[in-house]
Design a binder for this molecule. Sequence first.
Ligand SMILES: NC(=O)c1ccc[n+]([C@@H]2O[C@H](COP(=O)([O-])OP(=O)(O)OC[C@H]3O[C@@H](n4cnc5c(N)ncnc54)[C@H](O)[C@@H]3O)[C@@H](O)[C@H]2O)c1
Length: 326
Amino acid sequence: MQTNAPSTASAISAPVKIAVVGAGNVGASFAYALLLSGIASEIVIIDANRAKAEGEAMDLAHSAPFAPPVRVRVGDYSDCAGAVVTVVTAGANQKPGETRLQLLEKNAGIFQQIIPAVVEANPTGVLLIATNPVDVLTALSLQLSGLPTSRVMGSGTILDTARFRHFIGSHVGVAPQNVDAYIIGEHGDSEVAVWSQVQIGGVPLDDFCAAAGIVMTQEHKDEIFRRTHRAAYDIIERKGATYYAIGAGLVDVVAAIVRDENRVLPVASVTDGVAGISGIAFGMPTIVNRDGASRVLPLPLSESEQEALFRSADVLRTSLSHVQQA
Ligand SMILES: NC(=O)c1ccc[n+]([C@@H]2O[C@H](COP(=O)([O-])OP(=O)(O)OC[C@H]3O[C@@H](n4cnc5c(N)ncnc54)[C@H](O)[C@@H]3O)[C@@H](O)[C@H]2O)c1
């Protein structure tokens, strides 16, 4: 799950508190992956459903003998004080018949309670948002928090990108770690696959396939993107929710912050002219370090990719203006 987990010794020597708001599927999966990673010395679990948070904290704490040293406990918002990162996974899930906009309004209302409470206790940490619709809630969290832009980020397209790399890697027979590829834009229906920049171990995809005798037609690419794009629906249809991959991905982002790694990850932060887009948050390859979302990379895009990104930005801008007016 973690490619380069730290030694137990480093976890002991530098106390690292991480707070998790929302002890549902995603919050609990993230906390479990975090616990096993050894990155945190203290994990605080917060949820409106106190009993659920207590149950998860107890179950997680009992994993401690099998994991690097870590203290897991239930808390309330004041316990976010001193957390290097507060990860927000709390919120309502889409109910049958409910539109995405209705869900957005509901979760925006929840965030109006959560974000000021977290920031009052912890004005110096990084906020990492995973609740959907994640891009709009990231932009809203920046407004509600009053924190610097770099310290409010969303999980962006880390999950979509992981799925994209997985499917490309399976097709070409290379480990997904060596597939350099990005999904950018909205974490959702308007996301954009940046095929023009896909590389396998540093070799452009089409050159790699030609040299290796691998057939990769436009139909294959369309099918890989379709599966990437449909993955959440395909999983939810079978098991009701998706949580392990996002849990592991959130640990990757937290590790990059805690260890000041300068990792390039497709998180979301509110942009100022990135790819010609300002004032909204969306997934773009970004240097992540102790400051949070430190710098967005100028990923070269083809004309059609740039147009698709503008369309994705329009979708996000419309949703954001909806909650800003609400
Ligand atoms: N960013 C991504 O890539 C990604 C991937 C998967 C899921 N998600 C999203 O993550 C979110 C959580 O999903 P889940 O499956 O864990 O849902 P869940 O229903 O299992 O958990 C949500 C938790 O939030 C808590 N909660 C609700 N209102 C709260 C409040 N005001 N304060 C504190 N806690 C509150 C609930 O009690 C519940 O425990 C959803 O919005 C989901 O769409 C995001």
